[in-house]
Write a protein that binds this ligand. Structure first.
Ligand SMILES: *C/C=C(C)/C=C/C=C(C)/C=C/C1=C(C)CCCC1(C)C
Length: 239
């Protein structure tokens, strides 16, 4: 049992614990607010709740895994991302749907996010000697998503969907551009043979631990904050 107790200086385990609680609380909030949400926005707020709920379940598991093994739960992070990131892409489709977004846009966003995450996993876990190549492919898919949101179809549709949707899309665009950029940075710093790889990182275990803390904080902002922007939109939009 000794190593299943969170030591007061174990910040990795502590942020996994706080992450679990925060994701759970956010899910309860989004689900309970569904009743007071207009029909037009109900699916969007529901998806916000699903994103934090899926994360809560993964965080609960990752917290236990990390305490029991002391290791970084890379595999379950990717499982969590592969379920939640496409759902975040679904949000962009849902909020621009009223302005005429086609189902093709939804598939483009989902496909790009899957390419980004699957190639990232290959580079991080399966084929780390080629991590630069896989990272570049993954990065290209990431920039494609950012492009669609900032300059492409999502941006154009959000302009015709009214000022509230346009504003929300811009804020969510910052989440994608800045909030999501934390993850490729972690990849670059932590992956063996990565751009800086072992040159910059002397102590791989310590690097993975600080990466976990950064990821845990980033996830809370990117998932709960993202959902709250959608929630605010559901309250502010006149129609
Ligand atoms: C809630 C979780 C989120 C928003 C996770 C997002 C993850 C990414 C944007 C990951 C991107 C990556 C690259 C762009 C290149 C290197 C490999 C990844 C998968 C870390």
């Amino acid at each position: 049992m000794e190593n299943l107790k969170i030591a007061s200086d174990n910040y990795v385990a502590f942020t996994f614990f706080i992450g679990t609680m925060a994701m759970m609380a956010a899910s309860v909030f989004f689900f309970f607010e569904l009743n007071n949400t207009s029909k037009k926005w109900r699916t969007s707020v529901l998806v916000s709740g699903l994103i934090t709920f899926i994360a809560a379940v993964h965080y609960y598991y990752m917290r236990g895994y990390n305490l029991a093994t002391g290791e970084s739960p890379t595999f379950f992070r990717y499982v969590d991302w592969i379920l939640t990131v496409p759902l975040m892409c679904v949000e962009f489709y849902l909020i621009t749907k009223k302005a005429g977004a086609k189902i093709g846009l939804l598939w483009k966003l989902i496909a790009a996010s899957l390419v980004m995450l699957i190639t990232g996993y290959i580079g991080e876990v399966i084929d780390p000697t080629q991590s630069v190549l896989w990272g570049v492919i993954s990065g290209a898919a990431y920039f494609y998503i950012a492009y669609l949101i900032w300059f492409g179809e999502v941006a154009k549709l959000s302009q015709t969907a009214g000022p509230q949707v346009a504003k929300a899309t811009r804020i969510l665009g910052w989440f994608v551009l800045v909030g999501w950029a934390i993850y490729p940075l972690g990849y670059i710093l932590g992956t063996e043979g990565g751009l800086f790889g072992m040159k910059l990182v002397q102590d791989k275990a310590a690097a993975l631990h600080s990466m976990d803390i950064v990821y845990n904080i980033a996830d809370a902002i990117n998932k709960i904050g993202f959902g709250l922007v959608i929630y605010a939109l559901s309250r502010n939009s006149e129609d």
